[in-house]
Design a binder for this molecule. Structure first.
Ligand code: LLP
Length: 429
């Protein structure tokens, strides 16, 4: 739950505002972000990595308001498409604090990144090295780039969100020698300035050993590059992936411990080989934006499937939260609009979409008297929910509201059916 959330007499308040009022004013389903929660987590990372850089991973959730909050808190921004870059620029995010990612950036996306002068382009393939080299030459600039390395670390998380083992699409593998070959090719191109190596091992990870093994292997690569080319790369980007609490038992990282651990591993390695300590960058997305977001839904139907469980249907579902269907993600959910004295029932929170896999919370206890019109709140939906939302079944995407100091405002408006119909080229034809 957001730091500014409370539950009194069964009613949830966020940032001092009663969720019943929020639902009345803005409708449901509704994403509510506690701005102070997001800002304070961002500040904690900036403080912990005071001698490095913290880049927020915009894929977790991005709109111009969030980009401005994080700009004000001193973070950089990681974008992975032309669309995310456009949002960042619309928020006047300084281009030199933006890192451009992506495993298959289009020529148009790369061209825009070079043109606006993003701070770093993370190179992900041999084709891309040539493309960025060509574009930088054409525009008469020297582009700052990093080489993305897959370190061979098997992160302990869902297979769809682990990214550093060998058999997947990202980056250049360390073990096959592709990473060192990429470095060679980048160094041959005058118009590219190689500032460092990048690695991202996966997402929603709790153990620190994976990050530490990756940091260790990257530091060794820096040594190999020094030995081969006589240069010391000044930066090391260790990506994001820090897990957050969705359900009891999930134990998030303390940013300071994380920073101390990573710093000491890289520094030990560098000392051993006489390298200067590189500047560290991390790219947390979920850890900054996830806990501060809550989804409010209104209950529509309650169906007791005899002897099994009770299906509680809400007015959203897999179109605003795909994570349960896609990764088997777990969430915490409460009745948010009133107190109840009735006993618990085993429930399953499901959506309004036309499939059985349309599940928001697979197993949960809710009061037996739960009824149509009640509001339920699902915690920690700030990351990868609105940003992965779809229009499945022609359902418009929910609005996003920010709350702070007892005031609320829409930061992304609710889609309407007209918004969707406007894209149909033959409507009214
Ligand atoms: N940096 C890079 C290069 C990344 O690819 C990612 C996430 C991050 C940073 C931020 O990771 P975070 O700190 O947020 O874990 N849709 C999935 C997560 C996919 C993450 C993709 N890359 C989910 O809902 O769990």
């Amino acid at each position: 739950w957001p730091r500014g959330a409370k539950r009194e007499d069964g009613v949830v308040t966020i940032g001092g505002l009663d969720v019943r009022d929020l639902a009345r004013e803005y409708g449901t389903p509704l994403f509510v972000y506690d701005e102070e929660d997001v800002r304070s987590r961002a500040r904690e990372y900036v403080t912990a990595f005071h001698d490095g850089d913290v880049h927020y991973a915009g894929k977790a959730f991005l709109c111009t308001a969030v980009a401005r909050w994080l700009k004000e808190e001193g973070l950089g921004l990681d974008v992975c498409s032309g669309g995310e870059l456009a949002v960042a620029l619309a928020a006047d995010f300084p281009a030199e604090r933006i890192t451009m990612h992506g495993s298959n950036k289009s020529v148009g996306e790369l061209e825009r990144a070079v043109e606006v002068g993003v701070g770093r382009i993370v190179l992900d393939s041999f084709q891309e090295i040539a493309r960025v080299g060509y574009l930088a030459k054409e525009k008469g600039v020297r582009a700052k780039v990093m080489v993305r390395v897959t370190t061979g670390v098997e992160a302990h998380t869902h297979e769809f969100i682990a990214t550093a083992h060998d058999d997947q699409k990202f980056g250049f593998s360390r073990s096959s020698g592709a990473a060192l070959e990429a470095v060679r090719r980048v160094l041959e191109l005058q118009q590219l300035e190689l500032v460092g190596l990048h690695s991202h091992i996966g997402s929603q990870i709790f153990e620190t050993d994976g990050f530490e093994v990756a940091a260790h292997r990257l530091a060794q690569l820096l040594v190999a590059i020094r030995d081969e080319h006589g240069i010391e790369l000044p930066e090391l980007d260790l990506g994001g992936g820090y897990g957050i609490a969705y359900v009891p038992g999930d134990e998030p990282h303390d940013p300071k411990d994380l920073a101390d651990g990573l710093r000491s591993i890289v520094s030990r390695e560098c000392k051993a080989y006489g390298l200067a300590m590189p500047r560290l960058t991390v790219e947390p997305g979920r850890a900054i934006i996830g806990p501060g977001g809550v989804t409010l839904y209104e209950v529509g139907t309650v169906k007791d499937v005899e002897g099994l469980r009770t299906y509680v249907s809400v007015d959203g579902g897999m179109s605003d939260n795909l994570r349960t269907a896609l990764y088997g993600a777990e969430y915490t959910c409460v009745l948010a609009s009133r107190s109840s004295d009735s006993g618990p029932m085993l429930g399953r929170l499901v959506g309004k979409h036309c499939e059985s896999g349309d599940i928001v919370v697979r197993d949960l206890w809710l009061p037996e008297d739960l009824a149509a019109g009640d509001l339920v709140a699902v915690a920690a939906t700030g990351a990868y929910c609105r940003s992965m939302a779809s229009n499945y079944n022609f359902v418009p995407k929910p609005a996003v509201v920010a709350v702070r100091n007892g005031a609320s405002r829409v930061i992304v408006r609710r889609e309407t059916q007209d918004d969707l119909l406007r894209l149909d080229a033959e409507v009214g034809a």
